[in-house]
Design a protein around this ligand. Structure first.
Ligand SMILES: Cc1ncc(COP(=O)(O)O)c(C=O)c1O
Length: 400
């Protein structure tokens, strides 16, 4: 049961607060948490009706659960997709989608600028399982996308990309790429973790599937792991019936409930993250020891204009390039409020050094190809007072 009132008048904030209400027969304001592994049936006749699809019902929580279902329906609503399926982590969602593509037997296309875990999955799982994988460097594409078009013309099971990308904040023109993908019949999947649907809705720009690590901004409090895929009903039902259910990376009802709670404040949080990240990006870009700041909100960012077209705000993530790994690490050691740690999207600001942390396992050459130099530092700007964050960064810079 959706919220009453004319749908076209509802803004994102309203959808995020009310989501898909209605799993509780008592109309509880906050949804119940169905902590159950299985469901019972009053009769064999009901078994036949539920398993035959004539009656709605639940069978086993690895396949479906009412609290998880409420999260899935809310995500479909917020991303503007027909359906959604939840996972126990972002990697669960990514693994399920990519394994479903692998079955098609055609090459898989990836942006070169991807989260380290996704790249690891490609190298350690997809390629040993026999996948043909091609990487597209969107930095080299310019606005013409000729190389991408050549790859698409050859045929592919799908193209997977991130925008903004982790950790280099590269921006891809979603409408342009989606239109090319459509021309050649290649599904486009976008990992929307950095922006969240509060700032960017890839399906509206023509993408076919949206992926999230719900661990990050959707949950928003650094206290859980979760993932989700959103898209057309047929695609998502196929994922649910096979990869989601059979790989078993199922979201727990408790975590679905926590993410639903986080989503209520998503819109507000994303505005606050964006304001603080924007202030820090400007501050850092004016300071001498900093070589470069990667933040799509800065006019000098190569993807600034595209980001302004396709994003409602520039988000809480930025990356800072120092002259060396030593300078990057000295800066990080000088921070007091912003803490050292991987992950992102939490109320508390976090900073990480990809060469020593998230991308430590890759060779320098592979890191360079991903755009990661030793001097790069990634910041997840949290919700602390902007003055305190700026003061912390300024004090750390004086150590260089
Ligand atoms: C862009 C992006 N996608 C996917 C993931 C994987 O998500 P999870 O850690 O929830 O498995 C991450 C994790 O950092 C990420 O940053």
């Amino acid at each position: 049961m959706a919220m009453e009132g004319p749908e076209e008048q509802r803004g994102f904030e309203t959808e995020a607060v009310h989501g898909e209400e209605g799993i509780d027969p008592y109309r509880a304001l906050t949804p119940p948490i169905y902590m159950t592994s299985t469901y019972t049936f009053p009769s064999m006749e009901t078994v036949d009706r539920v398993l035959g699809g004539e009656e709605e019902g639940y069978v086993y929580s690895r396949a479906s659960n009412p609290t998880v279902r409420q999260f899935e329906r809310t995500m479909a609503l917020l991303e503007g997709g027909e359906e959604s399926v939840a996972f126990s982590s972002g990697m669960g969602a990514i693994a399920a989608l990519l394994l479903s593509w692998l079955k098609k037997g055609t090459p898989l296309l990836f942006s070169r600028h991807l989260y380290s875990g996704t790249r690891h999955f490609i190298e350690s799982m997809l390629i040993p399982l026999g996948a043909t994988v091609r990487f597209v460097d969107f930095r080299e594409q310019g606005s013409s996308y000729t190389r991408l078009e050549e790859e698409l013309r050859e045929g592919a099971a799908g193209l997977f990309l991130e925008t903004p990308s982790n950790p280099t904040l590269d921006i891809v023109d979603l409408a342009a790429v989606a239109s090319l993908c459509r021309t050649y019949g290649v599904p486009l999947a976008v990992d929307n973790t950095f922006a969240s649907p509060a700032l960017q809705k890839p399906l509206e720009h023509g993408a076919d599937i949206v992926i999230h690590s719900a661990t990050k901004y959707l949950g928003g409090h650094g206290d859980l792991l979760g993932g989700v895929a959103v898209g057309a009903r047929e695609t998502i039902q196929a994922l649910r019936a096979t990869e989601a259910s059979l790989l078993g990376a199922t979201l727990s009802p408790m975590n679905a409930w926590l993410i639903l709670r986080g989503i209520k404040t998503l819109a507000l949080r994303m505005v606050a993250h964006s304001v603080r990240a924007s202030a820090l990006a400007r501050l850092l870009s004016e300071k001498a020891p900093v070589v470069r700041v990667h933040y799509p909100g800065l006019p000098e960012h190569p993807g600034h204009e595209i980001a302004c077209r396709q994003m409602k705000g520039m988000g809480g993530m930025l990356a800072v390039q120092f002259a060396s790994g030593k300078a990057a690490r000295t800066f990080m050691d000088g921070l007091r409020i912003i803490r050292i740690g991987v992950s992102l999207g939490d109320p508390g600001s976090l900073v990480e050094h990809p060469s020593s942390m998230s991308h430590r396992g890759w060779s320098t050459e592979v890191r360079r190809a991903m755009g990661i130099e030793d001097g790069l530092v990634r910041m997840s700007v949290g919700l602390e007072s902007p003055d305190d964050l700026c003061g912390d960064v300024e004090a750390a810079l004086t150590r260089l």
